[in-house]
Design a protein around this ligand. Structure first.
Ligand code: FE
Length: 367
């Protein structure tokens, strides 16, 4: 479209050039050429072939992925990286002036909350709907990769029989008194996990559970997900809760030999296998309500759901693919792929229950 418009303008300019050259003075001709040039620039920006991605995902590999998209489609990807809250605030404050087309982040609850604030528009094309199961998207945003939030244990201090049939609910069991590490209540992965408990068990039961897990903690919550695994490896606790890709990342060695050795000292355990399955969360994105390049944003989402893009994601971030027919990274495969995922609890419920989740955690004095 853009090229066609530019071509037409050039043709008009050239014909004008030859036509007026014969009948009018040179300075008038210059004016006309100048106007043509200005028109070309205006049309060029009006039909700019680009997409503006506001991303809270902190992976260099995502940039390589966008470059692949540009090579394939000719659509330039402008990336604005930042923390979730800052990006959301900026988009809201800029309102209709915002350049944001696509907002991408690594938690379903954040996507849900942004959607609840009316910041997305319906952008689920038939291609997206066909690729992503309905429990892993909403009408206005979609998952692009999956991650599980699971338990890690010290095989030296935890008998595997003690874990048999273990559920997230059992983290509150007094048998784990002084043995559990998990990060703070302000962490969004925890808020989504607890939101899924509220969704499945109700707020009252989850409030009781939160008190139980807090009294089982080996220490006040601190540190990131990897810090919880390190605490178990160091003997500060016996079981930890952390996302799957962090364990694979540590085993990969890219976080240093010390973290690799620590990860080798703990083993993963997938909870709730006899019931609804292990808690799953997503990385995902949605098209912003005021997107200036809506069609390109949808194209980019569709691209992220292709086999090529999914392979790139899982091999760089250690997440699980969201489409069928793609194998996770071998380190993730080694953790075990046969586990039952909770695909019953809609990830869209996390955003809806996050406020309740935070409330029960704070009431339990979860740091
Ligand atoms: Fe993360």
């Amino acid at each position: 479209m853009r090229h066609l418009v530019i071509l037409i303008i050039i043709i008009i300019a050239i014909s004008y050039h030859y036509h007026v050259n014969l009948i009018i003075k040179k300075d008038k001709m210059k004016k006309l050429l100048f106007i043509s040039l200005m028109l070309t620039i205006c049309f060029n920006s009006l039909f700019a072939n680009e997409v503006n991605v506001f991303s809270a995902r902190h992976y260099d590999s995502d940039i390589q992925l966008y470059e692949k998209f540009t090579a394939k489609t000719g659509i330039k990807v402008n990336v604005i990286s930042g923390k979730d809250k800052a990006l959301q605030k900026r988009i809201v404050e800029e309102g209709s002036d915002s350049k944001a087309d696509l907002y991408i982040t690594a938690d379903a609850g954040r996507l849900g909350a942004f959607d609840a604030a009316g910041m997305f528009q319906n952008s689920m094309s038939s291609k997206i709907k066909a690729a992503v199961p309905s429990n892993l998207r909403s009408n206005n945003w979609t998952g692009i990769a999956k991650r599980a939030r699971i338990i890690y244990y010290s095989p030296e201090r935890v008998n595997v029989n003690d874990l048999k049939g273990m559920r997230y609910e059992d983290l509150a069991d007094p048998k784990w008194n002084g043995r559990v590490v998990i990060r703070k209540s302000n962490n969004v992965y925890n808020q989504s996990l607890v939101a899924s408990l509220v969704q499945n068990n109700g707020k009252k039961a989850t409030a009781k559970w939160a008190k139980g897990i807090v009294s089982n903690m080996a220490r006040d919550s601190k540190g990131n997900d990897r810090a919880q695994i390190l605490a178990v490896a160091a003997g500060e606790a016996d079981i930890a809760v952390a996302n799957t890709y962090y364990y694979a990342l540590m085993l990969s060695g890219s976080k240093g030999e010390e973290q690799k050795a620590a990860a080798k000292k703990v083993l993963p355990f997938f909870p709730n296998q006899d019931g609804r399955g292990t808690h799953m969360n997503i990385s995902g994105g949605g098209v912003v309500k005021t997107a200036p390049n809506k069609a390109n944003a949808i194209k980019l989402l569709e691209f992220l759901l292709t086999k090529d893009a999914q392979e790139h994601i899982v091999n760089n971030t250690f997440e699980y693919p969201i489409i069928d027919g793609v194998e996770p990274h071998e380190l993730v495969q080694a953790m075990g792929l046969g586990f039952k995922q909770d695909l019953k609890t809609k990830v869209a419920s996390y955003g809806k229950k996050q406020a309740d989740a935070l409330e029960v955690m704070l009431a339990a004095k979860w740091k």
